[in-house]
Design a protein around this ligand. Structure first.
Ligand code: FE2
Length: 437
């Protein structure tokens, strides 16, 4: 049986030769051990031990040791192993014959049934068992031939008995051994094929892993680049937002200055109202977004006053009904001015509603309760408290206590309950005060 794939067959044979060389190398060591056993038998049991021991000591032991050593250290391991194993076999036959010549008696080999021939055959089994069929048969028959010739030439054993007994037994063993290599060869091939398949699968898997890794690395590089681009874009967006915020802040500041340049008595009124409104919103737990909207709307809530004659705004005496109705127009005017301004907050609507009252008594649209947005309800309270506490052209400041009393008295009537409560808490419990600016 051979592999159909020629290169596979070659790889198999090459590996098999390597294995056999390694096997024979160790067989040399086993042979040396058997020789030591013979030397022990020579010196203890046999009468002519001295001569036999010398032969073994200067023959088989050094050959075995040298073969083992060389095959371990040289690249020619395979060659050394085969050659040394073969010579070892010849030498074993030779010494076994010597034993028969020098040591006739109960412990030596007077006939072909001796201990040495059995050991010899065992060694043969050991040496040949890894060879392939024809090699194993060839070596086995060659060994048997040498042994048979030795027995015929140098011993007094009965040759007819030898051929009919030991020779036949040895021949059967040699042939059986060679036949057995057919099975071991098949098993070895199966193992080799399996390991080849495994190796191929492993190589394929490894290749796929490498490919996938390469792909992932490319994807990773792309992703990293994309992340960097996005981060840059994000940063640019942030910068743009920041500059827009600044521009918006500056615009609001211009509006504040414009209002206050025409109405110096209310200088700071808008800023202080805005601050109070922001604090009330915070006290009520509104979202940061809403709080910011309230603050900005508060800062420009009287912008509509730009359209009211300056002499009315700064008039030091009490206003006539017509004058007061003109002033009331500022809420609607403010809405008109702001309604087209793009911003994240409903600034125009808050400004429009900041004079509305919960009971519907406010202006300009007489909105009631929930119709008024929360931002405007908060700004209304802040506006009233700041206005009452501060000086006006037509009257001195009434003081913060009077302002708070007004809120308390009209809580739920003019002013939202929750807003009024938060405002009172701020001043009475948390020590809130208007700044002097
Ligand atoms: Fe106002």
């Amino acid at each position: 049986m051979v592999f159909a794939d020629r290169s596979m067959e070659e790889r198999f044979l090459s590996q098999h030769r390597d294995d056999t060389a390694e096997y024979l190398r160790w067989a040399c060591l086993v042979g040396a051990a058997i020789m030591i056993g013979f030397m022990w038998q020579d010196s203890i049991i046999s009468a002519s031990g001295y001569k036999a021991s010398v032969i073994r000591l200067f023959g088989a032991l050094p050959v075995s040791a040298l073969a083992w050593y060389l095959s371990r250290n040289l690249r020619v391991r395979r060659f050394i192993s085969y050659i040394s194993a073969f010579f070892w076999l010849i030498y074993a036959c030779f010494t076994a014959t010597l034993l028969i010549i020098y040591e006739p008696g109960p412990y030596g080999l007077t006939s072909s049934n001796g201990v040495a021939s059995i050991l010899l055959l065992l060694l043969g089994v050991f040496l040949l068992s890894n060879l392939r069929f024809w090699a194993s048969l060839l070596v086995g028959l060659l060994t048997l031939l040498i042994y048979t010739v030795s027995v015929a030439l140098w011993t007094k054993a009965d040759f007819g008995n030898f051929i009919g007994g030991d020779f036949l037994a040895a021949l059967v063993i040699v042939i059986g051994l060679a036949a057995k290599t057919l099975f071991t060869d098949r098993a070895r091939r199966w193992l080799f094929e399996t390991s080849e398949l495994l190796r191929q699968s492993y190589t394929m898997v490894e290749q796929q892993v490498q490919e996938r890794t390469a792909e992932l690395q490319v994807t990773n590089t792309h992703l990293t680049a994309e992340i960097a681009v996005r981060k840059r874009a994000e940063k640019q967006l942030e910068n743009t937002l920041e500059s827009l915020r600044k521009a918006f802040g500056a615009t609001v500041q211009v509006m504040v200055s414009a209002v206050e340049s025409r109405d110096p008595y209310t200088a700071g009124h808008q800023i202080r109202s805005a601050n109070l409104a922001r604090n009330i919103a915070t006290e009520m737990g509104l979202s940061l977004e809403k709080i910011e909207g309230i603050r900005i709307a508060g800062t420009i809530h009287d912008i509509g006053k730009l359209s009211i004659p300056a002499e009315i705004l700064s008039k030091p005496t009490k206003l006539s009904e017509i004058e007061f109705s003109l002033i009331k127009e500022h809420a609607r005017k403010g809405f008109e001015m702001l309604k087209d301004v793009e911003s994240p907050w409903p600034l125009a609507e808050i400004v429009h509603q900041h004079h509305e009252r919960i009971d519907g008594s406010g202006y300009p649209r007489n909105l009631k309760g929930e119709e008024i947005c929360m931002e405007a309800r908060i700004l209304a309270v802040a506006d009233v408290v700041e206005a009452m506490a501060s000086h006006r052209p037509y009257r001195p400041g009434l003081g913060i206590d009077a302002a708070l009393n007004e809120i308390e008295k009209n809580r739920g009537i003019f002013y939202d309950d929750a807003v009024a409560d938060a405002c009172l808490r701020l001043f009475r419990e948390k020590g809130y005060r208007f700044s002097e600016a």
